[in-house]
Design a binder for this molecule. Structure first.
Ligand code: ZN
Length: 299
């Protein structure tokens, strides 16, 4: 069995605010040290995302605001916090990890991941919904530049991937499958972006299974970029759907990675949503993200 590289660096973290988006990766990384998953290798990203890579999907004004804080309204538009140089650095490194996971999966034709969050709502010229840089859209564009002909973004975060949908619209070679349990950042589906809003937990896994099964000619897909949010969990106060359990999300990961393996498609995954709260403690949240890593590693 080959090694599963999972990109992470303490440089991803911004701990001056209480936000799982910028802090939870540390707990997952620590858990992998305390309780390793066989064949999983935590790897430092090669470099932060660059301005020219950001400019593949974002406006120059917004790219500059992210990097320098020059335009305060734009720099703070993610809704996470007031811009600081350290905050910017954390987002640039976390998105650099997405790029490295995408290119690693594409070139080795085996799974890879990055402990990154806060990507799929980000728009062309601003952030929103705790998302700053749309690393999913950037990753897909970079994969095309590196020779991929067909990239599928699978977004199973609780919330819609409307930012990604807007950034890939009309670009040949990039598609999205999006199953949400919250209408936030939902959108009207298109042949390019298959969007489904699920409102009953009993429908959740059957819908995930069905939309993957409906995907045409999966053998021709070069890469899946998987936004593996665990916030559909019923104990997540932001996004959770009553009846969606830890076991169901584990089975969801099994469905996604088994489908990809069956069709010989490498998967680059990221963490995305999943939030601590009164009913979801750190151990439980870490376990949810570990389940994604375990399935990606083939267990
Ligand atoms: Zn979410």
């Amino acid at each position: 069995m080959s090694t599963l590289p999972v990109f992470y660096s303490p440089k991803y973290l911004y701990t001056a605010i209480t936000s799982d988006t910028t802090t939870k990766a540390a707990a997952v990384a620590a858990s992998l040290v305390a309780k390793p998953i066989p064949n999983v290798e935590v790897r430092e990203p090669s470099r932060a995302i660059t301005e020219s890579e950001i400019a593949l999907v974002h406006s120059p004004e917004y790219a500059n605001a992210i990097a320098t804080g020059s335009n305060k309204a734009l720099a703070d538009s993610n809704g996470l916090c007031d811009w600081t140089p350290d905050f910017a650095s954390s987002r640039l490194w976390a998105t650099g990890g997405v790029r490295d996971a995408v290119l690693e999966a594409l070139h080795t034709r085996s799974n890879a991941g990055s402990m990154s969050s806060g990507l799929h709502h980000a728009r062309f010229d601003h952030g929103t919904g705790y998302c700053t840089i749309n690393g999913l859209a950037i990753g897909a564009r970079l994969a095309l530049q590196e020779g991929a002909k067909r990239v599928l973004i699978v977004d199973l975060d609780a919330h819609g991937g409307g930012g990604t949908a807007s950034l890939i619209a009309g670009i040949p070679g990039i598609e999205q499958i999006d199953v949400s349990v919250s209408s936030y950042d939902g959108y009207v589906g298109t042949p390019q972006c298959n969007y489904t809003l699920v409102s009953s937990a009993s429908d959740y896994l059957p819908v995930v299974q069905a939309v993957l099964a409906q995907c045409s000619d999966p053998e021709s897909i070069d890469l899946v970029i998987y936004n593996a949010g665990v916030d559909p969990h019923q104990d997540c106060t932001t996004g959770g759907l009553r009846g969606v359990t830890t076991e169901m999300l584990k089975e969801r990961e099994n469905i996604v990675f088994s489908w990809a393996k069956t069709h010989n498609i490498p998967v680059a995954f990221v963490f995305a949503g999943g939030y601590l709260g009164a009913k979801l403690n750190e151990e439980a949240l870490v376990q949810l993200h570990r389940n994604t890593i375990e399935q990606a590693a083939g267990y």
